[in-house]
Design a protein around this ligand. Sequence first.
Ligand code: BYC
Length: 471
Amino acid sequence: MSSINYDERIPNNVDLSNDKRLKRALEKWQPRFIDWWKGVGPQVFSNNDIYLRTAVSVDRDGWAQFGHVKMPEYRWGIFLADREPDRVIPSGDDAGKPVWQSVPGEHRNALKRLIVTQADTEPGSVEQQRWLANTAPSLYDARNLFQVNVEEGRHLWAMVYLLQAYFGRDGREEADELLERRSGDEDKPRILDAFNQPCSDWLTFFCFATFTDRDGKYQLGALAESAFDPLSRTCRFMLTEEAHHLSVGQGGMERILRRSAQLSKLDPNGSARGQGGIDLDTIQRYVNYWYAYSVDLFGSEISSNAADFFAAGLKGRWGEAKSHTEHSALNQFKIIPVVENGRMVDREVPLRNTMNELLREEYMKDCARVVKAWNRALKKEGVSFQITLPNRRFYRRQGVYKDHHFSPDGTLIGEETWIKNKNNWLPTDEERAYVVSLMKPVHEVGQCAHWIAPPKRGINKMPFAYEYVRH
Ligand code: BYC
């Protein structure tokens, strides 16, 4: 097991204390990070004691230590999963050769771009969520939000470590710029679209944590298959933390769905809204919106970038080393339906160029599993309403479908049909305003807002009625 210096301000297993240059770079970056955190990170309970999990090492006892901490004093660490001896490049033209411990010159720009794109999402999401605790439906939820936030902060640290340790001066400049872009800013927005969308209510947050964080899981999974070993090891450790973020999303949505089902049964018109809750079809429209934005994060269905990344071994497929037997993806094809002359036709595309789509399909299967669990919960509450995921072509702004309209079942439709039905398929302004109007803080221990069911369990075997936030 890697040795860890617990006394350092930056817990790590990268031997930071013996790497003076890196330590200097990170120590210089750290106060800027703290300024960024204070400026655009969580703005509510920002100096209160929060019951948080901190990673102080990668082993079983160390990766999840719980205790009350003030967020600006959180110890953001740098951890790589342990090195796998004899690891070889899992895929692409150099599959089977030893992995790289430094960055090959010919792949420097592409790798840097991938790391910066990944890194940029982390502070982006924290900025999006900075006011949310103001309207937390319970202290348990506020705590979960903060846990997600500090871990996104740690994921930023993880990527900044790679930039500073392996990309010299350009890497340091990129690390600085990560603190300068801002979610939703007109001049300096975050790189990927989903991270520029506002997150002003908890239904949005839970959709985001279910669907957008889940893109993170799959992108990190693809980067965990990278030939650049430090990136692979970093992503493998990040994936252990990602599971909690996904459960915050899935669990939060399930609690809203259950409550909405209960309220709709109490209402003479069958409307949860009539009883101060959120209608199930409103929830469906939020799901449509956030699923579409998250599906976009995989990039284009047909992508020469993706083919190049795969060929070079920079990214692999989901489970590349363990679940695939053929690692070149050459002389194989995948059918991608595209629009030609106003109708759908199947196009045969070399498999390497469809790597984004292959990853998206893994993601879609996982989302379908989540929706199935929600629907089981709805059924148990005794309502017939079921959530469905829209087709992958619905409401896209990236990729081969972006210039066309599709209904949620994936049918190609014209502009007129789109305009006529848009408000049935996506949240309306009125509906969003209503959801926002429900967002009133519930900051008392053991209390929960009316529009969401309390969770069945607390955190780390603590009860729901626990002082997760001391205020
Ligand atoms: N928005 O061939 P294309 C997470 C750009 S989430 C805006 O389609 P490519 C997290 C693309 O950059 C995981 N732009 O795509 C979740 C390219 O631009 P340039 C984040 C987009 O390159 C919640 C152009 O369109 N991780 O961790 O094959 C909370 C055409 O490119 C978008 C990563 O993204 C978009 N949605 O793949 C916290 C992994 N999509 O270069 C955290 C690293 C595409 O022509 N990134 N574009 O200017 C990648 O692997 C790839 O960059 C992408 C795009 C999959 C994103």
